[in-house]
Design a protein around this ligand. Structure first.
Ligand code: HEC
Ligand code: HEC
Length: 356
């Protein structure tokens, strides 16, 4: 009986303490300041300090009226929390091993609109009907040069990405194509293509969707500092550096095979390390405070090789910090991990996400 009473008590407490998520666009000054600080620490590296995008890796603008008004809240929240696999946009949610909890993610999402003074627009949720075969032809002619032949992304976002397609309604896609994204290379196609061709492209993009749901990995423990140095008894690797900093992936593979002594740093968000990483790599996300860049890293001439997806933005940032702290032998994998993976070079998958 006592335990039932306790259970009822706990249930009633939890019912009362579940607050509705706060999606208000009226932010207190303290919230504005907190969101801005989160943004500068985690996002400005690629999206730029002023949010206009293209600071690194073709990261899109986070200022365009057309995106913000139609993407609030779900599309933005999901993009930031769960990311886009296969692009430089990783998931920042702590469920994925990232640094931000749901309150942080919500705050950032609200702030993106509030700081730009944009009001959300409700799009119709009726599906768009079009001729997908025709859409494929128009896509190849008009869109592939920026978005990639298979929608894999290039200078424009990866439109074939399952997470994007799962969170973008037909109306959202149609709106983006017709209106473009103001102040970005994405022009408005409403006056350039017949309306039926825009519908056809939406149908084509939709036909590529393969379904998606966030798959939180079983979080792994990062290596302990005494495990940082690979092959502690090995010889020094021999690297030829381009511009005094970039080492070809092939030389890093050779150093791994020959069991050379060095340290590998994964400078992406910790969630990306959780998903997959080069065997032996230590998670050292770019958003660590600068003074902590050298935490637990020996400063005794041991080679330190960093990589990211970008292929350079995050790793350049971390290596610059280390060089300022006086580290001598430092380098960056020139091709980045996306090319590394595409070349079939070894990566260790995080548990639970082996096929990601
Ligand atoms: C000149 C290059 C270029 C061409 C051509 C182009 N796009 Fe884009 N597109 C972009 C860029 C860059 C963005 C991201 C803009 C931003 O928000 O910063 C984008 C954004 C988009 C988005 C929004 C994606 C999102 O996640 O918000 C859609 C949808 C889209 N494009 C579809 C198309 C389609 C369909 C075509 C062909 C009819 C096309 N684009 C042609 C460069 C291009
Ligand atoms: C390492 C570079 C990088 C960092 C850091 C980064 N992003 Fe991105 N972000 C990208 C890229 C690249 C894309 C486009 C991915 C694609 O092809 O779909 C993107 C896409 C997005 C999108 C989707 C936009 C759209 O039009 O679909 C949002 C929203 C976003 N990022 C917000 C953020 C926020 C907020 C942060 C910080 C918590 C952040 N990003 C950190 C590179 C980055």
């Amino acid at each position: 009986m006592r335990s039932i009473a306790l259970l009822l008590f706990l249930l009633s407490v939890s019912t009362f303490s579940v607050a509705r998520p706060n999606w208000s666009l009226e932010l207190e000054p303290a919230e504005m300041a907190q969101a801005e600080a989160l943004y500068q620490q985690y996002c400005s590296l690629c999206h730029g300090e002023d949010r206009s995008g293209y600071r690194a890796d073709h990261a899109p603008s986070l200022r365009s009226q057309s995106l913000l008004s139609t993407a609030f809240p779900g599309f933005l929240f999901t993009a930031v929390g769960y990311g886009r696999a296969g692009t430089a946009m990783d998931g920042y949610s702590d469920e994925m091993g990232g640094p931000l909890n749901r309150d942080d993610l919500r705050l950032l999402t609200r702030w993106l609109l509030a700081v730009e003074g944009v009001e959300p627009v409700k799009l119709a949720d009726t599906p768009v009907h079009g001729d997908a075969t025709r859409g494929a032809v128009v896509y190849a002619e008009q869109c592939a040069s920026c978005h990639g032949a298979e929608g894999e992304g290039d200078t424009g976002p990866a439109l074939g990405d399952p997470a994007l397609l799962a969170n973008a309604s037909d109306a959202f896609l149609r709106h983006a194509i017709a209106n473009g994204r103001d102040n970005t290379p994405m022009i408005a196609f409403a006056d350039l293509l017949p309306s039926t061709d825009i519908d056809a492209i939406v149908a084509y993009l939709r036909s590529q969707a393969s379904g998606w749901s966030p798959q939180p990995p079983t979080l792994r423990k990062p290596p302990a500092p005494e495990e940082y140095v690979l092959n502690p008894d090995g010889e020094e690797p021999v690297f030829t550096l381009r511009e005094g900093r970039y080492v070809p992936a092939a030389e890093v593979v050779r150093a791994l095979q020959e069991k050379r002594r060095f340290i590998l740093l994964d400078t992406r968000p910790a969630s990306a390390w959780q998903r997959s990483h080069i065997p032996g790599a230590v998670p050292m996300p770019y958003y660590r405070e600068k003074e902590r860049a050298g935490d637990n890293l020996p400063n005794d001439g041991t080679w330190i090789v960093a990589y990211c997806a970008c292929p350079h933005a995050a790793s350049d940032f971390v290596i610059n910090n280390l060089r300022e702290l006086g580290y001598q032998n430092t380098a960056i994998i020139d091709e980045g991990i996306l090319v590394w993976t595409a070349l079939g070079l070894p990566v260790t998958a995080g548990q639970g996400l082996a096929t990601d």
